[in-house]
Design a binder for this molecule. Structure first.
Ligand code: NA7
Length: 540
């Protein structure tokens, strides 16, 4: 592929942002299968993406290890040994490091490099990309593998600068161990990161105060080391695992459940919920009843069940009630899975503060002041989430045709065609972008599907002598409408979640992921490709 650039600009075939699950596989496909001169730019000093940054105590994956990984290479899958059901952050980071070394990817990844701008040049059909250090590169293709949960959200609390202690965000955690011994720790946020870190910090700290704005549903992880027998069983069922994962709504290798609560008696429903509760993890959400996310009545069975479990676990009835979610359906916010989260509130050194009732007013030099009073702290942990799905892309100055900025284009919420492309931004692809199943699925499965679709598309363009692919605005509008229509059939609208951008003040309230499930989405993407990339404009 031929490019035209200025003398100081390095000339490539494809520029990829981010060296997590998406970026590594994208690089491998473009370089090793298409023979392109592709390069990955990564802010961190190592591979891993979300698993490079989220080093907070207790950070662990919520999908099981043997299917929270790549499926594209059976030998890789067979040789890697996971220690336990739910891998810790460091184990996943090591796995990705192993992948990068095994396929010799690091030589084409530039670490410690933040992409700050990407402008499309309509005359030469090139993306001109600039780094924070002033370095410039260009390529016909610009691919975001920047991740969907990578822009940490630190709330704009008055007085944070005045705090005399240390503060950390879970998504931007130091590489060195943070020692909580003898410290009074305040933790804000009760999403996955807050729920995972609470028991671990409580075990070390002198006192832990959890500041809760919204009580959250969670199911027990039931994590355990893999036994030799389980390992053997996993290794023997590679094809079965991936066939099931690809066939399932969320990319999990469970038998897809077709059962709805309406077909069963109350006793039968309780028994089924007992079963998935005992198994632990996401089985409760994805493996129990297929109507949980579309019927309020069905959802109430699951929500009541979890509330009963919380009441049965937490000794102090007032604390238990405060920990019971009552303002949103189960699953409408991304539900964490936990290890001893609710049990932790039975410890003497742990207390819970309701910051919905009495909001945080400011951070003071000595701690946190709510409307009720001041809590003296040595360390504050912000487990306050991310500007999800769009934040990282919008932090880059991206300009498409006619200098239109992505920020302007997405002013009223993200618009994409299939979550893969944005009209007006030719040859730019987004891996697991808004409008694709993304965060509603087991991410590596979605990532592989996107990476393969994008590289097949680029290969097809090369074979046909096509230089530019761009989403048709009408196809994009229709897709956005369809994504909304599907979301409206679900209960996802019933919570102020990051799926809707509701956690970021001022962010438009739009449901961002595609909720119809992976098989339907995969079929649509395949049909589009088979029909000459229907809905895209391709030109020579
Ligand atoms: P989440 O799930 O977005 O959770 C963030 C938590 O922080 C949540 O409980 C928020 O309460 C709370 N929060 C955010 N801002 C504030 C302010 N200003 N005051 C008080 N509390 C606040 O982020 P996580 O990092 O836990 O998880 C993100 C994803 O990573 C997770 O879903 C998995 O996919 C992996 P709220 O509920 O908004 O009232």
């Amino acid at each position: 592929m031929s490019n035209q650039t200025s003398a100081t600009e390095k000339n490539l075939d494809a520029i990829v942002v981010g060296a997590g699950f998406s970026g590594l596989y994208m690089l491998k496909r473009l370089r090793d299968e298409l023979g392109l001169d592709a390069r990955v730019y990564e802010t961190g000093s190592g591979v891993g993406g979300a698993w490079y940054w989220n080093r907070y105590p207790g950070a662990r994956c919520d999908s099981e290890s043997f299917y929270y990984c790549y499926s594209f290479d059976e030998a890789l899958w067979q040789e890697w040994e996971w220690s336990s059901k739910y891998p810790e952050q460091e184990e996943i980071r090591s796995y990705l490091d192993h992948v990068a070394d095994r396929f010799d990817l690091k030589k084409d990844i530039q670490f410690n490099t933040r992409v700050v701008s990407a402008h499309f040049d309509e005359v030469n059909n090139l993306w001109h990309v600039e780094m924070e250090n002033g370095e410039k590169v260009s390529a016909p293709f610009f691919i975001s593998a920047a991740g969907v949960l990578s822009s940490a959200n630190v709330p704009d609390f008055k007085g944070l600068d005045s705090f005399k202690g240390d503060w950390y965000h879970t998504g931007n955690w130091p590489h060195e161990k943070v020692d909580f011994t003898g410290k009074r720790v305040g933790l804000i946020g009760t999403g996955s990161s807050g729920m995972q870190s609470t028991p671990v910090i409580a075990a070390e700290a002198d006192h832990l105060t959890v500041f809760q704005r919204t009580a959250n549903f969670s199911t027990p992880a039931r994590n355990a080391p893999y036994t030799p027998e389980r390992r053997k069983e996993i290794k023997a069922t590679y094809m079965e695992t991936w066939d099931k994962a690809h066939a399932s709504h969320g990319g999990f290798p469970y038998e897809p459940t077709q059962a709805t609560t309406t077909e069963y008696s109350d006793e039968q429903i309780q028994k089924a919920l007992d079963g998935v509760w005992a198994e632990g993890g996401f089985k409760f959400l994805w493996g129990s009843f297929s109507d949980l996310m579309v019927s309020k009545d069905a959802n109430k069975y699951a929500a009541d069940y979890i509330r009963d479990k919380i009441r049965g676990t937490v000794n102090d009835p007032k604390t238990a009630e405060l920990l019971c979610p009552t303002d949103h359906p189960y699953g409408a916010k991304r539900p964490p899975i936990d290890t001893d989260y609710f049990e932790t509130f039975n410890l003497e050194n742990v207390s819970l503060v309701d910051v919905k009732k009495s909001p945080i007013v400011e951070v003071t030099p000595n701690g946190i002041r709510t409307e009720d009073g001041e809590y003296e702290l040595d360390i504050i942990v912000f487990a306050t989430g991310f500007d999800a799905m769009t934040g990282t892309l919008l932090n880059i100055d991206i300009q498409g045709r006619g200098g239109e900025t992505l920020e302007h284009k997405w002013e009223a919420g993200p618009k994409t065609y299939l979550g893969l492309q944005v009209a007006g931004f030719p040859n730019m692809f987004t891996i697991t972008g808004p409008g694709s199943p993304s965060v509603l699925s087991n991410m590596p499965v979605s990532i592989e599907q996107h990476v393969e679709w994008i590289s097949d598309c680029i290969e097809s363009m090369r074979d046909k002598g096509q230089k530019v692919i761009e989403a048709d605005p009408a196809a994009e509008e229709a897709w956005v409408a369809h994504v909304n229509e599907v979301a409206e059939m679900t209960l996802f609208w019933e919570a102020n979640s990051w799926y809707l951008g509701a956690n970021i003040p001022g962010k438009p309230r739009i449901f961002m992921p595609y909720a119809a499930g992976l098989p339907a989405y995969r079929q649509k993407c395949n049909e589009v490709a088979e029909n000459n990339y229907e809905g895209f404009r391709l030109s020579a």
